[in-house]
Design a protein around this ligand. Structure first.
Ligand SMILES: Nc1ncnc2c1ncn2[C@@H]1O[C@H](COP(=O)(O)OP(=O)(O)OP(=O)(O)O)[C@@H](O)[C@H]1O
Ligand SMILES: NC(=O)c1ccc[n+]([C@@H]2O[C@H](COP(=O)(O)O)[C@@H](O)[C@H]2O)c1
Length: 302
Protein backbone atom coordinates (compact mmCIF):
# COMPACT_ATOMS: atom_id res chain seq x y z
CA UNK A 1 0.00 0.00 0.00
CA UNK A 2 2.76 2.44 1.06
CA UNK A 3 4.88 1.35 -1.93
CA UNK A 4 1.97 1.99 -4.33
CA UNK A 5 1.47 5.45 -2.81
CA UNK A 6 5.18 6.26 -3.15
CA UNK A 7 5.14 5.11 -6.78
CA UNK A 8 2.13 7.33 -7.46
CA UNK A 9 3.85 10.28 -5.79
CA UNK A 10 7.07 9.86 -7.71
CA UNK A 11 5.11 9.50 -10.99
CA UNK A 12 3.25 12.76 -10.36
CA UNK A 13 6.50 14.48 -9.29
CA UNK A 14 8.17 13.51 -12.55
CA UNK A 15 5.16 14.73 -14.55
CA UNK A 16 5.25 18.03 -12.60
CA UNK A 17 8.96 18.37 -13.40
CA UNK A 18 8.27 17.73 -17.10
CA UNK A 19 5.60 20.44 -17.09
CA UNK A 20 7.93 22.87 -15.27
CA UNK A 21 10.62 22.30 -17.88
CA UNK A 22 8.12 22.68 -20.75
CA UNK A 23 6.76 25.98 -19.40
CA UNK A 24 10.29 27.20 -18.62
CA UNK A 25 11.16 26.94 -22.31
CA UNK A 26 7.90 28.55 -23.50
CA UNK A 27 8.18 31.39 -20.98
CA UNK A 28 11.77 32.16 -21.90
CA UNK A 29 10.82 32.31 -25.58
CA UNK A 30 7.97 34.72 -24.78
CA UNK A 31 10.09 36.98 -22.55
CA UNK A 32 12.76 37.20 -25.25
CA UNK A 33 10.21 38.00 -27.96
CA UNK A 34 8.70 41.38 -28.80
CA UNK A 35 5.19 39.99 -28.22
CA UNK A 36 2.93 41.56 -25.60
CA UNK A 37 0.70 38.47 -25.35
CA UNK A 38 0.97 34.82 -26.25
CA UNK A 39 -1.09 31.67 -25.77
CA UNK A 40 1.43 29.08 -24.57
CA UNK A 41 -0.84 26.02 -24.45
CA UNK A 42 -4.46 25.07 -25.00
CA UNK A 43 -6.21 22.37 -22.97
CA UNK A 44 -7.06 20.04 -24.67
CA UNK A 45 -4.46 20.55 -27.40
CA UNK A 46 -6.53 19.15 -30.30
CA UNK A 47 -9.12 21.85 -30.97
CA UNK A 48 -10.84 23.58 -33.80
CA UNK A 49 -13.98 25.32 -32.48
CA UNK A 50 -14.09 29.13 -32.61
CA UNK A 51 -16.07 31.09 -30.05
CA UNK A 52 -16.90 34.79 -30.35
CA UNK A 53 -16.76 35.23 -26.60
CA UNK A 54 -13.59 34.82 -24.61
CA UNK A 55 -13.80 34.50 -20.82
CA UNK A 56 -10.58 35.89 -19.38
CA UNK A 57 -9.35 35.19 -15.85
CA UNK A 58 -6.37 37.39 -15.16
CA UNK A 59 -4.73 36.37 -11.92
CA UNK A 60 -1.43 35.92 -10.15
CA UNK A 61 -2.31 32.17 -9.82
CA UNK A 62 -0.35 32.18 -6.62
CA UNK A 63 -1.90 29.55 -6.28
CA UNK A 64 -5.20 29.22 -8.19
CA UNK A 65 -8.00 28.67 -5.65
CA UNK A 66 -11.52 27.32 -5.42
CA UNK A 67 -12.73 30.96 -5.57
CA UNK A 68 -11.14 31.25 -9.03
CA UNK A 69 -12.76 27.93 -9.96
CA UNK A 70 -16.17 29.25 -8.93
CA UNK A 71 -15.68 32.58 -10.73
CA UNK A 72 -15.00 30.83 -14.05
CA UNK A 73 -17.42 27.92 -13.71
CA UNK A 74 -20.42 30.07 -12.72
CA UNK A 75 -19.80 32.38 -15.69
CA UNK A 76 -19.77 29.41 -18.08
CA UNK A 77 -22.76 27.67 -16.53
CA UNK A 78 -24.77 30.92 -16.60
CA UNK A 79 -24.03 31.42 -20.32
CA UNK A 80 -24.36 27.97 -21.88
CA UNK A 81 -22.49 27.75 -25.13
CA UNK A 82 -21.05 24.91 -27.16
CA UNK A 83 -17.32 24.69 -26.41
CA UNK A 84 -16.81 28.05 -24.69
CA UNK A 85 -13.31 29.51 -24.71
CA UNK A 86 -11.46 30.51 -21.57
CA UNK A 87 -8.14 32.30 -21.22
CA UNK A 88 -6.18 31.95 -17.99
CA UNK A 89 -3.85 34.93 -18.15
CA UNK A 90 -0.67 35.52 -16.19
CA UNK A 91 0.97 38.95 -16.31
CA UNK A 92 4.74 38.91 -16.02
CA UNK A 93 4.48 42.48 -14.73
CA UNK A 94 2.00 43.49 -12.03
CA UNK A 95 0.51 46.98 -11.68
CA UNK A 96 1.65 47.25 -8.06
CA UNK A 97 3.27 44.21 -6.53
CA UNK A 98 6.73 42.82 -7.16
CA UNK A 99 6.45 39.33 -8.61
CA UNK A 100 6.61 36.78 -5.81
CA UNK A 101 6.58 34.26 -4.22
CA UNK A 102 6.14 31.27 -6.61
CA UNK A 103 8.19 31.22 -9.80
CA UNK A 104 6.39 31.98 -13.06
CA UNK A 105 7.11 28.42 -14.26
CA UNK A 106 5.38 26.98 -11.19
CA UNK A 107 2.42 29.29 -11.68
CA UNK A 108 2.07 28.22 -15.30
CA UNK A 109 2.10 24.58 -14.20
CA UNK A 110 -0.59 25.40 -11.63
CA UNK A 111 -2.62 27.15 -14.34
CA UNK A 112 -2.55 23.98 -16.43
CA UNK A 113 -3.53 21.84 -13.43
CA UNK A 114 -6.29 24.34 -12.63
CA UNK A 115 -7.53 24.05 -16.23
CA UNK A 116 -7.78 20.27 -15.81
CA UNK A 117 -9.57 20.72 -12.45
CA UNK A 118 -11.98 23.19 -14.06
CA UNK A 119 -12.83 20.81 -16.91
CA UNK A 120 -13.36 17.96 -14.42
CA UNK A 121 -15.59 20.19 -12.30
CA UNK A 122 -17.66 21.25 -15.31
CA UNK A 123 -17.95 17.69 -16.60
CA UNK A 124 -20.21 16.92 -13.65
CA UNK A 125 -22.28 20.13 -13.94
CA UNK A 126 -25.72 19.47 -15.50
CA UNK A 127 -25.21 22.27 -18.06
CA UNK A 128 -22.22 20.41 -19.48
CA UNK A 129 -22.99 16.78 -18.70
CA UNK A 130 -24.91 16.34 -21.96
CA UNK A 131 -26.12 13.07 -23.39
CA UNK A 132 -23.28 10.60 -23.16
CA UNK A 133 -19.62 10.96 -22.27
CA UNK A 134 -18.31 11.88 -25.74
CA UNK A 135 -20.73 14.77 -26.16
CA UNK A 136 -20.02 16.03 -22.68
CA UNK A 137 -16.29 16.13 -23.36
CA UNK A 138 -16.82 18.01 -26.64
CA UNK A 139 -18.98 20.55 -24.85
CA UNK A 140 -16.35 21.39 -22.25
CA UNK A 141 -14.43 24.64 -22.68
CA UNK A 142 -11.15 25.03 -24.47
CA UNK A 143 -8.81 26.61 -21.96
CA UNK A 144 -5.84 28.70 -23.05
CA UNK A 145 -2.85 29.26 -20.81
CA UNK A 146 -1.57 32.71 -21.77
CA UNK A 147 1.01 35.27 -20.70
CA UNK A 148 1.20 39.01 -21.13
CA UNK A 149 3.73 41.72 -20.36
CA UNK A 150 0.89 44.20 -19.81
CA UNK A 151 -0.12 45.05 -16.25
CA UNK A 152 -3.31 47.03 -17.01
CA UNK A 153 -6.59 45.56 -18.21
CA UNK A 154 -7.03 48.06 -21.03
CA UNK A 155 -3.64 47.06 -22.47
CA UNK A 156 -4.13 43.35 -21.84
CA UNK A 157 -7.39 43.53 -23.85
CA UNK A 158 -5.69 45.35 -26.74
CA UNK A 159 -2.86 42.81 -26.81
CA UNK A 160 -5.38 39.93 -26.92
CA UNK A 161 -7.29 41.67 -29.74
CA UNK A 162 -4.07 42.08 -31.73
CA UNK A 163 -3.06 38.42 -31.42
CA UNK A 164 -3.98 35.95 -34.13
CA UNK A 165 -5.16 33.38 -31.59
CA UNK A 166 -8.83 34.37 -31.76
CA UNK A 167 -11.54 35.17 -34.30
CA UNK A 168 -12.50 38.77 -35.04
CA UNK A 169 -14.71 40.28 -33.71
CA UNK A 170 -14.21 38.91 -30.24
CA UNK A 171 -15.94 40.02 -27.08
CA UNK A 172 -13.78 39.57 -24.01
CA UNK A 173 -15.51 39.02 -20.68
CA UNK A 174 -12.98 39.75 -17.95
CA UNK A 175 -13.75 37.79 -14.78
CA UNK A 176 -12.63 39.77 -11.75
CA UNK A 177 -13.40 40.24 -8.10
CA UNK A 178 -14.75 43.47 -6.64
CA UNK A 179 -11.32 44.51 -5.30
CA UNK A 180 -10.00 44.44 -8.86
CA UNK A 181 -12.95 46.51 -10.18
CA UNK A 182 -11.98 49.25 -7.72
CA UNK A 183 -8.45 49.21 -9.07
CA UNK A 184 -9.57 49.25 -12.72
CA UNK A 185 -11.57 52.39 -11.88
CA UNK A 186 -8.70 54.12 -10.08
CA UNK A 187 -7.43 56.99 -12.24
CA UNK A 188 -4.00 56.87 -10.57
CA UNK A 189 -3.09 54.07 -13.02
CA UNK A 190 -3.78 56.15 -16.14
CA UNK A 191 -0.85 58.52 -16.67
CA UNK A 192 -0.31 61.19 -17.83
CA UNK A 193 -3.82 62.69 -17.50
CA UNK A 194 -4.99 60.49 -14.65
CA UNK A 195 -8.58 60.33 -15.84
CA UNK A 196 -10.77 57.29 -16.57
CA UNK A 197 -11.01 58.07 -20.30
CA UNK A 198 -8.59 55.25 -21.31
CA UNK A 199 -11.30 52.79 -20.18
CA UNK A 200 -13.54 53.94 -23.07
CA UNK A 201 -12.30 51.65 -25.88
CA UNK A 202 -12.07 48.72 -23.46
CA UNK A 203 -15.65 49.03 -22.16
CA UNK A 204 -17.16 49.80 -25.55
CA UNK A 205 -16.06 46.36 -26.81
CA UNK A 206 -15.63 44.19 -23.77
CA UNK A 207 -17.33 43.42 -20.46
CA UNK A 208 -16.50 42.89 -16.81
CA UNK A 209 -18.16 40.13 -14.79
CA UNK A 210 -17.36 41.06 -11.23
CA UNK A 211 -17.77 38.73 -8.27
CA UNK A 212 -18.62 40.55 -5.07
CA UNK A 213 -16.12 40.10 -2.29
CA UNK A 214 -17.68 41.44 0.90
CA UNK A 215 -15.05 42.19 3.54
CA UNK A 216 -14.03 44.84 6.06
CA UNK A 217 -11.64 46.25 3.49
CA UNK A 218 -14.03 46.46 0.51
CA UNK A 219 -17.37 46.86 2.30
CA UNK A 220 -20.53 44.79 2.26
CA UNK A 221 -22.83 43.72 -0.57
CA UNK A 222 -24.86 46.98 -0.54
CA UNK A 223 -21.74 49.12 -0.70
CA UNK A 224 -20.41 47.11 -3.66
CA UNK A 225 -23.74 47.40 -5.55
CA UNK A 226 -23.79 51.13 -4.81
CA UNK A 227 -20.33 51.54 -6.41
CA UNK A 228 -21.70 50.51 -9.82
CA UNK A 229 -25.00 52.36 -9.25
CA UNK A 230 -23.01 55.57 -8.68
CA UNK A 231 -21.23 55.08 -12.01
CA UNK A 232 -24.63 54.58 -13.71
CA UNK A 233 -25.94 57.82 -12.14
CA UNK A 234 -23.03 59.76 -13.61
CA UNK A 235 -21.26 60.41 -10.31
CA UNK A 236 -17.88 59.61 -11.96
CA UNK A 237 -18.43 61.68 -15.14
CA UNK A 238 -16.13 64.39 -13.74
CA UNK A 239 -13.26 61.85 -13.82
CA UNK A 240 -13.89 61.05 -17.48
CA UNK A 241 -16.17 58.05 -16.92
CA UNK A 242 -19.37 57.44 -18.90
CA UNK A 243 -22.56 56.31 -17.21
CA UNK A 244 -23.33 53.71 -19.93
CA UNK A 245 -20.20 51.81 -18.88
CA UNK A 246 -22.26 50.50 -15.95
CA UNK A 247 -24.21 48.36 -18.45
CA UNK A 248 -20.96 46.59 -19.32
CA UNK A 249 -20.37 45.57 -15.71
CA UNK A 250 -22.21 42.59 -14.28
CA UNK A 251 -21.97 42.26 -10.51
CA UNK A 252 -22.59 38.73 -9.26
CA UNK A 253 -22.85 37.19 -5.82
CA UNK A 254 -19.70 35.68 -4.37
CA UNK A 255 -19.54 33.40 -1.38
CA UNK A 256 -22.43 33.15 1.08
CA UNK A 257 -21.84 34.87 4.41
CA UNK A 258 -21.71 31.40 5.98
CA UNK A 259 -18.88 30.28 3.64
CA UNK A 260 -15.26 30.62 4.68
CA UNK A 261 -13.39 33.30 2.66
CA UNK A 262 -11.03 31.83 0.09
CA UNK A 263 -7.94 33.62 -1.25
CA UNK A 264 -4.49 32.76 -2.56
CA UNK A 265 -2.99 34.33 0.57
CA UNK A 266 -4.98 31.89 2.75
CA UNK A 267 -3.87 28.97 0.59
CA UNK A 268 -0.20 29.98 0.93
CA UNK A 269 -0.64 30.28 4.70
CA UNK A 270 -2.43 26.91 4.89
CA UNK A 271 0.44 25.21 3.12
CA UNK A 272 2.76 26.33 5.95
CA UNK A 273 0.51 25.86 8.95
CA UNK A 274 -2.73 23.93 8.18
CA UNK A 275 -2.30 21.78 5.05
CA UNK A 276 -5.65 20.03 5.65
CA UNK A 277 -7.35 23.37 4.82
CA UNK A 278 -6.02 23.08 1.28
CA UNK A 279 -8.90 20.62 0.67
CA UNK A 280 -11.41 23.50 0.60
CA UNK A 281 -9.03 26.27 -0.52
CA UNK A 282 -7.62 24.89 -3.76
CA UNK A 283 -8.80 22.41 -6.40
CA UNK A 284 -7.49 18.84 -6.28
CA UNK A 285 -4.67 18.82 -8.85
CA UNK A 286 -3.38 22.18 -7.61
CA UNK A 287 -3.42 20.75 -4.05
CA UNK A 288 -1.31 17.78 -5.12
CA UNK A 289 1.17 20.10 -6.81
CA UNK A 290 1.64 22.51 -3.89
CA UNK A 291 2.01 19.64 -1.42
CA UNK A 292 4.56 17.89 -3.60
CA UNK A 293 6.54 20.85 -4.96
CA UNK A 294 6.20 23.36 -2.08
CA UNK A 295 6.43 26.44 -4.36
CA UNK A 296 6.21 28.80 -1.35
CA UNK A 297 9.06 27.44 0.72
CA UNK A 298 11.29 30.48 0.19
CA UNK A 299 13.41 29.28 -2.72
CA UNK A 300 11.37 31.19 -5.33
CA UNK A 301 13.15 31.73 -8.60
CA UNK A 302 11.37 34.97 -9.67
N1 LIG B 1 -12.80 34.94 -3.01
C1 LIG B 1 -12.91 35.73 -4.06
N2 LIG B 1 -14.06 36.42 -4.32
C2 LIG B 1 -14.17 37.24 -5.39
N3 LIG B 1 -13.16 37.47 -6.27
C3 LIG B 1 -12.00 36.83 -6.07
C4 LIG B 1 -11.80 35.93 -4.96
N4 LIG B 1 -10.53 35.45 -5.04
C5 LIG B 1 -9.96 36.02 -6.12
N5 LIG B 1 -10.83 36.85 -6.74
C6 LIG B 1 -10.60 37.65 -7.95
O1 LIG B 1 -9.89 36.86 -8.88
C7 LIG B 1 -8.93 37.67 -9.60
C8 LIG B 1 -7.55 37.10 -9.44
O2 LIG B 1 -7.31 37.00 -8.06
P1 LIG B 1 -5.86 37.06 -7.39
O3 LIG B 1 -4.90 36.25 -8.17
O4 LIG B 1 -5.46 38.46 -7.05
O5 LIG B 1 -6.26 36.22 -6.07
P2 LIG B 1 -6.28 36.65 -4.56
O6 LIG B 1 -6.85 35.50 -3.81
O7 LIG B 1 -6.98 37.96 -4.40
O8 LIG B 1 -4.70 36.79 -4.33
P3 LIG B 1 -3.84 37.22 -3.05
O9 LIG B 1 -4.53 36.63 -1.83
O10 LIG B 1 -2.50 36.63 -3.33
O11 LIG B 1 -3.83 38.74 -3.05
C9 LIG B 1 -9.02 39.08 -8.99
O12 LIG B 1 -9.82 39.87 -9.86
C10 LIG B 1 -9.70 38.85 -7.66
O13 LIG B 1 -10.49 39.97 -7.28
N1 LIG C 1 -6.00 49.56 -13.65
C1 LIG C 1 -5.70 48.31 -13.92
O1 LIG C 1 -5.90 47.80 -15.02
C2 LIG C 1 -5.09 47.47 -12.83
C3 LIG C 1 -4.87 48.00 -11.56
C4 LIG C 1 -4.34 47.17 -10.59
C5 LIG C 1 -4.01 45.84 -10.88
N2 LIG C 1 -4.21 45.40 -12.14
C6 LIG C 1 -3.87 44.01 -12.49
O2 LIG C 1 -4.83 43.16 -11.86
C7 LIG C 1 -4.26 41.85 -11.72
C8 LIG C 1 -4.47 41.34 -10.31
O3 LIG C 1 -3.67 42.10 -9.46
P1 LIG C 1 -3.22 41.57 -8.02
O4 LIG C 1 -2.51 40.27 -8.22
O5 LIG C 1 -2.34 42.68 -7.48
O6 LIG C 1 -4.51 41.42 -7.23
C9 LIG C 1 -2.78 42.00 -12.10
O7 LIG C 1 -2.60 41.56 -13.43
C10 LIG C 1 -2.54 43.50 -11.99
O8 LIG C 1 -1.48 43.95 -12.81
C11 LIG C 1 -4.74 46.17 -13.11
Amino acid sequence: MIIAFKQLLSRSMSSFRALQAQYGVLLKRFLNSNKDFEVLTTIPPDHSAESETLYVLDSSFNPPTRAHLRIVSTALIENPQHRPRVLLLLATQNADKPSKPASFEDRLVMMELFARDLRAHLASAPAFAASGVTNAVETLPLIDIGVTKMPYFVDKATAIEASDSYPVPLEQVHLTGYDTLIRIFDSKYYAPEHTLKPLGPFLSKHRLRVTMRPSDEWGGREEQLEYVAALARGDRDGEGARREWADRIQLVEGRLSSDRPVSSTRAREALQSAPQDLDWLVPEQVRQFVLSERPYSGNSRM
